[in-house]
Design a protein. Structure first.
Length: 906
RNA sequence: GGGCGAUUGGCUCAGUUGGUUAGAGCGCCACACUCACAUUGUGGAGGUCAGAGGUUCGAAUCCUCUAUCGCCCACCA
């Protein structure tokens, strides 16, 4: 066994085992009536995606769940795929062709989309490869893409279903002030335009009355704005009707500076009298509030901007100027005319494009919307009734709050890459917009074939929200829309029956995602599932934290604080990455990362490696062929073996429990502590001298083999590598069963007894260290156990104690007679003496004992206080009171002995 | 303006439904490398659990308030 290197090298193993698993189809799942299904659909990463720490955490959690349930004997499917990510992908490809000096308009729609597909073919599976490096056990044979033909069909199906929904369709077109990204030149939903604080100014502008001096001298009204360039689109000034300052001006006319447009002063309760001057400029086409106001008051809507954010001809002389340039110039011009009263610093929050971070422009345009209220209702109920549970549950409130205040969803995007809106218009009768899954041949009214499809595409999330069922070949499986004759099923030849798949795996078991995705995706999937499948899409939602850098900042390329998971895999291994990430991720808390944190995972992998190496070097395979139970009854095992088995099964029970309630860090840390500090530090060290002993062989092998299985979901590679080297039955550790919890092996009393032996050893070591005994110096130890039971325990394990304390002799005393020339300590009901031949510093020794006495005295006193309290005795549970009493007795006993020791030292 | 989270040894964090003397990793100090592992072992130092009040026999844990930091949502120009 000398060929096993003393350092674990993940590079040598990881890719090899991953390939092995794939080649043996170990990730694939099929409906199996004999088994319980377990299914997770992956949050499909963008095709443009590159694995970052957020992905690493997200997918590690999913992989742990999948591997755990797979081992538990459930038919476990992890459905993978990627998202076409409309805007993001279009941006990437636009950048790529820009290198050749091309714009997408130069290519035309069709050619450009072809270009994107080509890009997708070439680079789109990068992230899939990276997920494989991480060890993700997805059923890759099922990999879906949200633009697959079949998936696209599902999207059209859903659009048509919403369009045709009785009594009134849920899709409508309207002119609204929406979030417009001038860089991406498309509308965005509210969720896609998150607000961020900006340091800006409040500009106070003077609007003169009609017929008065146009200079800033005459009577005027002062309005405040953070976006002064929008004044070019003003069509009114509004005041509160109750506002005494302005009451008399209501209905009067002002002259809009720079453009000299006449605008009226109107009144509305919406205006806050207390804010700024109490008079507000109204820009109906560039502010959602003003839009509402304008509708109510029948004002003119003047759009002053081109789609790229530059001003248009409605802005007069400012035509063609970028919006921010125009801001400067407008201010200058106003200033020059004496119409800029003052500037105040003001922090404001503005929407930002979630793809390119450009400040969005509220922009009046005609878009398609989905009425959300009817969809939200059942989705609210499903969560309120507990059919879907959030973990941690605090997210329930966030979800419900959003759902209960849901706004209609703007689903049209003015880009090319995506699902084109399946609406056709008749150019001839112009009467009709027709929603259809397949392109209609003719107008159902006038029979014209001169039809035209809507130019816009759908929001990417309009396809994502179907993910939990569209990945299972819906709607084909629902028979909603029979496949046209002659069109082969996309799923033929795959060997599974799609209808069975959907029935078997839907609803899926759990969805694992990050908090920022709750509105985008989780909420909408719940709505879509209930609407189109008449059932929830998943039962549990696990929301993990956000990965941040050590300063708490979100990791992002622009901040340059990114730790690349692939670098970590390269330097430390995927197991190390996975383990470290998980062990520091408390349920739902944000994760603060630094490079060093991965050392823990690497060290643990190495520890497992070396412990296993040691086991392998000492294993007699002939001993471990038969099962433990056949050879040994529990009673036949010595205390150490019974202890390690009891501990292992206790740990296994805890780990299973923690995994069931999504406490991954707890589970990981329990396994870590057990292996390192119990199995290695104590167990292996104890059996070392008698390692060839048959029961040691069996127990050591069994515990290691089962431990590897329990650890496998967390660290799949190193566990596989070692398991394969151990004597084993079966192809791979990943399809072994999760170890059965042998409850009969768990014995807490015995664990306590073993612990008292370890305590004795620790005390002896402590005494050794206190007199600076060199490691190779043998010591003489005397022990006085105060009970018969302990006496026997020490007697039975004398060799063990001697070995682990480098003692050459161990006297077990029958009375508490202090041996000459010794230092002493007390642990539980055992006195310990270490013989010492050198010059003993008695005062130091006395001081040490005194300190111990003081410490115990303090605890004893506080406990006695408690026990004297009548209320405590009356109200506390009996077993707590008993425990306290016992504990006091023990403390008293220890104190008595310590005092005796103290007094004996002269 | 609402909502949520955090505040525990030098650092980063655990701590389930309130119940013995509050844990871990890293760091630190001392000692130890032919004997599985220095990516190691043994021993050690270090905390009045942010502050104040309350509930309770009993609070890091439950309640109220305060402070600091962070996140999310919201149409305050």
């Amino acid at each position: 066994m000398n060929e096993i290197p003393s350092r674990y090298n993940p590079k040598e193993t990881e890719d090899r085992w991953y390939k092995f698993w794939e080649e043996n189809n170990l990730f694939s799942a099929k409906p199996n009536p004999a088994k319980k299904p377990f299914c997770i659909v992956i949050p499909p990463p963008n095709v443009t995606g590159i694995l970052h720490m957020g992905h690493a955490l997200n997918n590690t959690i999913q992989d742990i769940l999948i591997r755990f349930h797979r081992m538990k004997g459930e038919e476990s499917l992890w459905m993978p795929g990627t998202d076409h990510a409309g805007i993001a992908t279009q941006n990437v490809v636009e950048k790529a062709i820009a290198k050749d000096g091309l714009k997408r308009q130069d290519l035309g729609r069709e050619k450009f989309i072809e270009e994107v597909w080509q890009w997708k073919e070439q680079y789109g599976s990068t992230i899939i490869h990276q997920l494989k490096k991480l060890g993700a056990s997805c059923d890759w044979s099922r990999t879906r893409f949200t633009m697959d033909d079949e998936y696209s069909r599902a999207v059209r199906e859903v659009f048509a279903a919403l369009w045709n929904k009785k009594p009134t369709g849920l899709i409508y077109q309207d002119d609204k002030v929406i979030n417009w990204c001038p860089r991406c030149q498309t509308a965005l939903s509210d969720e896609e335009a998150p607000h961020h604080e900006l340091q800006g100014n409040l500009y106070y502008l003077r609007y003169p009355f009609k017929g008065e001096s146009p200079k800033g001298t005459g009577p005027y009204i002062v309005v405040a704005t953070t976006r002064p360039e929008t004044m070019l689109g003003d069509t009114a000034v509004a005041v509160n009707p109750k506002d005494k300052r302005y009451k008399k001006f209501i209905g009067k006319t002002l002259i809009l500076p720079l453009l000299n447009r006449e605008i009226k002063i109107i009144s509305d309760n919406m205006v806050d009298m207390k804010f700024c001057t109490g008079a507000v400029k109204v820009t109906p086409a560039h502010d959602p509030n003003d839009y509402t106001l304008a509708k109510k008051h029948n004002l003119q809507f003047i759009n002053i901007m081109h789609p790229d954010g530059s001003l248009n001809k409605n802005a007069g002389d400012y035509n063609g100027m970028d919006r921010f340039k125009a801001r400067e110039v407008v201010l200058e011009d106003l200033k020059e005319k004496g119409l800029l009263e003052k500037i105040e610093p003001h922090s404001l929050s503005a929407g930002h494009c979630y793809r390119c971070h450009t400040i969005i422009e509220p922009y009046l345009s005609r878009q398609w919307f989905v009425k959300m209220k009817p969809l939200a209702k059942p989705a609210i109920d499903a969560v309120k009734k507990g059919r879907i549970k959030f973990h941690p549950k605090r997210w329930t409130k966030v979800y419900l709050n959003w759902m209960e205040n849901i706004q209609d969803w703007c689903i049209s995007r003015q880009i090319w890459w995506g699902h084109r809106i399946p609406l056709w218009y008749c150019r001839d009768c112009q009467k009709l917009a027709l929603a259809s899954v397949d392109a209609p041949k003719e107008c159902p009214i006038c029979k014209s074939t001169n039809l035209k499809q809507d130019e816009d595409v759908l929001d990417t999330w309009f396809s994502s929200w179907l993910w939990p069922f569209a990945t299972f070949h819906w709607p084909e499986t629902k028979g909603l829309s029979p496949r046209p004759q002659g069109v082969p099923s996309a799923v033929e030849g795959q060997g599974t029956d799609p209808e069975e798949d959907l029935k078997y795996f839907y609803p899926t078991s759990v969805l694992v995602t990050a908090p920022e995705i709750i509105f985008f995706w989780v909420a909408r999937m719940i709505m879509a599932g209930l609407e189109f499948m008449q059932d929830i899409p998943f039962k549990d939602v696990y929301i993990h934290g956000t990965v941040r850098d050590i300063e708490g900042k979100k990791m992002s390329k622009s901040l340059g604080n990114v730790i690349d998971p692939l670098d970590i895999i390269n330097d430390y291994g995927a197991d190390a990455l996975r383990f470290s990430l998980i062990s520091i991720t408390a349920q739902g808390q944000d994760v603060f990362l630094s490079q060093e944190k991965f050392e823990q995972g690497r060290n643990f992998a190495n520890k497992i490696w070396n412990a296993s190496r040691f086991v392998l070097m000492n294993l007699e395979p002939t001993y471990i062929k038969a099962d433990l139970c056949e050879f040994f009854k529990k009673e036949d095992l010595d205390i150490v073996n019974r202890w390690i088995l009891s501990r292992f099964y206790s740990v296994l029970r805890e780990v299973s429990k923690e995994l069931d309630i999504y406490k991954f860090n707890e589970a990981a840390n329990i396994l870590y502590g057990f292996f390192w500090h119990e199995f290695c530090d104590w167990y292996l060290e104890i059996i070392k001298p008698n390692i060839k002993n048959r029961q040691n062989q069996v127990a050591m092998y069994k515990v290691l083999e089962k431990f590897l299985r329990a650890l496998h979901p967390f660290m799949p590679f190193v566990t596989e590598e070692i398991w394969q080297r151990l004597p084993h039955d079966g192809l791979s550790i990943m399809i072994q069963s999760w170890p059965h919890i042998q409850e009969q092996m768990i014995d807490k009393k015995l664990e306590k007894q073993a612990q008292s032996i370890f305590d004795v050893i620790k005390e002896i070591r402590n005494l050794r260290s206190s007199i600076e005994l060199k490691p190779d110096q043998k010591a003489l130890v005397s022990i006085y156990p105060h009970t018969k039971l302990k006496h026997k325990l020490i007697e039975d394990n004398a060799d063990l104690i001697k070995n682990l304390t480098k003692s050459e002799a161990l006297n077990i005393l029958d009375s508490s007679t202090r041996p000459p020339a010794a230092i002493s300590a007390v642990t539980g009901d055992i006195d310990i003496y270490l013989h010492f031949s050198g010059l003993l510093d008695i005062s130091k020794e006395k001081h040490k004992i005194k300190e111990k006495i003081n410490e115990l005295e303090k605890i004893k006193n506080s406990k006695e206080q408690r026990i004297k309290n009548f209320e405590f005795l009356k109200k506390a549970p009996k077993e707590i009171v008993e425990k306290e009493k016992e504990s006091i007795e023990e403390l008293k006993n220890s104190l008595k002995r310590l005092e005796k020791m103290y007094n004996e030292l002269l």
